[in-house]
Ligand binder design. Structure first.
Ligand code: ADP
Ligand code: MG
Length: 455
C-alpha cells in the first residue's frame, strides 16, 4: 500500500496531512504526484471527490519550496468564486508549516484589496479566468515568472464558456512552464483545450468517465408535478435526523425561490438559497455556513454543482433532473465524498424520464425507483404544467426521430383527451416494496384533497 512518505512528501506536509486525517493517498494522488514532481505536463481525470486538489497542490508546494520574490510562480485557474474560496481554504490547511504565500482572487468584488494582496507578494495565485485577466490588464499582476499553471475543473470551465479567456491567459504567460489540467470528465472540449495548453502531456485517468462514486446510494421517485414534488420534499426533510445536511438542486432561479418559499415550515436559520442572482457575499456566506454545519438545507442551482467540497452531506436531492447529464454526476458527487457514504434522491416527472434514461446510460447504472410514501399528498397536475411536459416529451421524440410529427401539436382534441384522462378512476396501488414501479405518471393522478390509498 502506497503511503504519502512513499510519494516523497516531506515531513512538514505529512504532518499537515496527518492533522487533516488523510491516512493514505487516493488513487489519483498516487499516480499524479510522482508524474507532476518529475516535471511532466499532466492531465488528471478522476471522478468528483477523489482528491484531485491535493494531487496537484502537494507537488506544487514542493516545487515552490518557500516564499520568494513578489511575482507569482504558480497560477491556478478555476471556474467559480466558490471554488477559489474553497481552494484557498485547502491551501491553508495544507501549508501550516511553510511560509508559502497565496492569494485567491475573483470577480464581483472590488479589485483594490486583491491588487494589494498581490503586490505584497504571492507565490501562488488562485483565480477565476476573468478576474486574472482584469488585474493583469491593469498591471496588478506580473505573469512572466509563472512556472506552473493549473486549469482545474476544466470541463466546467469549458461548459461555462471560458474558452476565450483561457486562451487570452495563455497568450500572456510564459510558454515554457509546467502545465496541469484536472477535470472530472474528459469531454471533447476538454481534450481540445488540452491540445492548446500542453505538449506531450501524460494522461492519468482513474475511472471511466462519469462513474458515480460507489458510496452514493441512488434512488428516484416518480412524481407527477411541481406541487407533489414540494409535498414529497417536505415529507423527506421532516426527518431531521437522517436528513441532516442536504443540497436541493433545482433547474432555475425561479424554482429555487419557489422551493425556498415552500419550505416555510423549516426555520429560516436552517435553510439558505444560492444562485447566480444572489450577491457575492450572500453566496460566499451561505456556502461557508453550510460547510460549517450552521445551516441544514441548501437550495441551489448548478452554480454549486461542481467541485465544491462539503463534508458529510447526507443527501443530495435533485428536485429537477439535470438535462446536462454530466451535472448529475457532479451533483451527486457532493455526497459520499472521500470514503463516506451518502444518498442521492432524484424526482422524476414524465417529461424527465427521457433524461433519466440517458443518465442511466451514461453512468452505466440503474437508478432504482422508490414509491412515494402514502402520507404524501399527490396533487393533480395543472393544465399548463401538463402541457409544458407534453411539449417537452414531443421535443425529445423529435430529437430522437426528426420525422416525428409531435403528438402535442398534431392533436387538436388535446384538451378533451386530458379531460378524459382526468375522469378515469385512479388505479389501485399494488406495489409495496422499493422495487415497485409507478409506470406512468398519469396513473398517480388522484383527487387532491383526499390523499391516496383510500380503501
Ligand atoms: P476533487 O477535486 O477530486 O473533486 P477534492 O480534492 O475536493 O476532490 O477532495 C475531496 C475531499 O476529499 C476533500 O474533503 C479532501 O479534503 C478529501 N481528501 C483528499 N485527499 C484525501 C486523502 N488522501 N484522504 C482522505 N481524504 C482526502
Ligand atoms: Mg476539484
Amino acid at each position: 500500500m502506497t503511503s504519502f512518505s512513499d510519494l516523497k512528501i516531506t515531513r512538514q506536509y505529512q504532518n499537515a496531512l496527518e492533522e487533516l486525517g488523510f491516512e493514505k493517498p487516493t488513487p489519483i494522488q498516487i499516480k499524479a504526484i510522482p508524474a507532476i514532481r518529475s516535471g511532466q505536463h499532466v492531465i488528471g481525470i478522476a471522478q468528483t471527490g477523489t482528491g484531485k486538489t491535493a494531487a496537484y497542490l502537494l507537488p506544487i508546494f514542493h516545487k515552490i519550496g518557500y516564499a520568494k520574490g513578489t511575482a507569482a510562480r504558480c497560477i491556478i485557474i478555476v471556474p467559480s468564486k466558490e471554488l477559489v474560496v474553497q481552494l484557498v481554504e485547502q491551501v491553508t490547511e495544507l501549508t501550516p508549516y511553510t511560509d508559502i504565500r497565496y492569494v485567491g482572487i475573483y470577480g464581483g468584488v472590488g479589485r483594490k484589496a486583491q491588487a494589494k494582496a498581490i503586490h505584497e507578494g504571492a507565490d501562488i495565485i488562485i483565480s477565476t479566468p476573468r478576474r486574472l485577466l482584469e488585474l493583469y490588464e491593469k498591471e496588478h499582476i506580473q505573469l512572466n515568472k509563472v512556472e506552473t499553471m493549473v486549469l482545474d475543473e476544466a470541463d466546467r470551465m469549458m461548459d461555462m464558456g471560458f474558452r476565450g479567456q483561457i486562451n487570452a491567459i495563455l497568450e500572456v504567460v510564459p510558454t515554457k512552464k509546467q502545465n496541469l489540467l484536472f477535470s472530472a470528465t474528459f469531454s471533447a472540449r476538454v481534450e481540445e483545450l488540452s491540445w492548446n495548453f500542453m505538449d506531450f502531456p501524460v494522461k492519468i485517468e482513474i475511472t471511466p468517465e462519469a462513474t458515480p462514486v460507489e458510496t452514493v446510494e441512488q434512488v428516484r421517485y416518480d412524481v407527477p408535478n411541481f406541487l407533489s414534488k414540494i409535498r414529497l420534499l417536505q415529507h423527506l426533510l421532516a426527518d431531521e435526523e437522517s436528513f441532516h445536511r442536504i443540497i436541493v438542486f433545482v433547474k432555475t432561479k425561479k424554482t429555487a425561490n419557489a422551493v425556498f418559499n415552500a419550505l416555510s415550515f423549516i426555520a429560516s436559520e436552517q435553510k439558505r438559497l444560492i444562485h447566480s442572482n444572489k450577491g457575492q457575499n450572500t453566496r460566499i456566506n451561505a456556502f461557508k455556513d453550510f460547510k460549517e454545519g450552521k445551516i441544514r438545507i441548501m437550495i441551489s442551482t448548478d452554480v454549486m454543482a461542481r467541485g465544491i467540497d462539503i463534508k458529510d452531506i447526507s443527501h443530495v436531492i435533485n428536485f429537477d433532473v439535470p438535462t446536462v447529464y454530466e451535472d448529475y454526476v457532479h451533483r451527486i458527487g457532493r455526497t459520499g465524498r472521500a470514503f463516506r457514504t451518502g444518498a442521492a434522491i432524484t424526482f422524476v416527472t414524465k417529461a424527465d424520464k427521457y433524461h433519466v434514461k440517458k443518465i442511466e446510460e451514461k453512468i452505466r447504472m440503474f437508478i432504482p425507483n422508490r414509491l412515494i410514501p402514502e402520507s404524501v399528498e399527490i396533487t393533480e397536475t395543472p393544465f399548463h404544467e401538463n402541457q409544458e411536459m407534453e411539449r417537452a416529451i414531443d421535443q425529445q421524440k423529435i430529437k430522437d426521430d426528426p420525422n416525428f410529427k409531435g403528438a402535442f401539436h398534431e392533436k387538436k382534441s388535446y384538451k378533451s383527451k386530458i379531460k378524459q384522462k382526468k375522469t378515469k378512476r385512479p388505479p389501485k396501488y399494488t406495489g409495496k416494496t422499493n422495487s415497485g414501479y409507478i409506470s406512468k405518471t398519469k396513473k398517480v393522478k388522484r383527487s387532491s384533497k383526499k390523499g391516496r390509498h383510500k380503501k
